[in-house]
Design a protein around this ligand. Structure first.
Ligand code: IPE
Ligand code: IPE
Ligand code: MG
Length: 217
């Protein structure tokens, strides 16, 4: 059994702008983004995170030039192959969410390999969304656990078809920090702020008085 703990989801955005700002090709931003993923996966359990869902490639990202999508998918394959032993050692259970039927064969094999190698991990559940569309997942009834905290880097404040169902009661945390610059300090800041929020799920504020003054519930 995976320990409970927070379910944090992240829209890892801003890789391209990070690279462009440095005069680098966009794929350099994606490479730096992969290093940020490693930092966040390593740092998550100590912050009380039991499940982490990362948006790596959306079904809408196929609209990008082939050079970028193939670089991205190759990078993902390399990441999954390279990180598998570390995930096994650290008890990270990796699962992919999204469409599997349009991926390059090498990436599909890497996904199957890391999923089976890490299946018994109990320290952290890591879901990686690849060729993912939340609307499609909802149609198929494919879901992950409800999200507690949704993080989006890169400055945009939208869901871009990520975990629409699971974010029904999520707390949102947006930052202008671009994903390649994101690390454990930023993750800790998000979790700290989450801890200060009051989740009401439609109920009254915890400190609220009676609905009618003088009448207790
Ligand atoms: C996020 O960074 C990674 C993916 C969407 C795959 P972007 O590539 O969207 O970077 P920006 O938003 O253009 O800076
Ligand atoms: C969302 O970022 C998808 C991922 C982070 C994988 P995008 O950059 O694709 O989203 P939009 O187009 O700005 O909404
Ligand atoms: Mg983007």
């Amino acid at each position: 059994m995976i320990q409970r703990g927070l379910h944090v989801a992240a829209i890892m955005d801003g890789n391209g702008r990070w690279a462009t700002a440095r005069g680098l090709p966009r794929r350099a931003g994606h490479r730096a983004g992969a290093r940020a993923v490693r930092r966040v996966v390593e740092g998550a359990p100590a912050l009380g995170i039991g499940e982490l869902t990362l948006f790596a490639f959306s079904s809408d990202n196929w609209q990008r030039p082939l050079t970028e999508t193939s670089a991205l998918l190759r990078l993902l394959e390399g990441y999954l192959r390279g990180e598998a032993p570390r995930c096994v050692a650290e008890g990270v259970r990796v699962r992919m969410i999204g469409r599997r039927d349009r991926l390059p064969a090498g990436l599909s094999a890497a996904i199957a390999g890391v999923e089976s190698a890490t299946a018994t991990g109990t320290h952290l559940a890591l879901n990686i969304a690849i060729d993912y569309s939340s609307r499609r997942a909802m149609e198929l009834g494919e879901r992950v656990r409800d999200v507690d905290l949704l993080i989006r880097t890169g400055g945009e404040q939208r869901l871009s078809d990520f975990l629409l169902w699971e974010c029904a009661w999520a707390e949102f945390w947006f930052t202008p920090v671009r994903w390649p610059d994101f690390g454990v300090a930023e993750l800790a800041a998000a979790v700290r702020e989450y801890g200060c929020r009051e989740r009401r799920f439609g109920g009254p504020p915890a400190a609220a008085g009676p609905a009618v003054p003088g009448v207790s519930a």
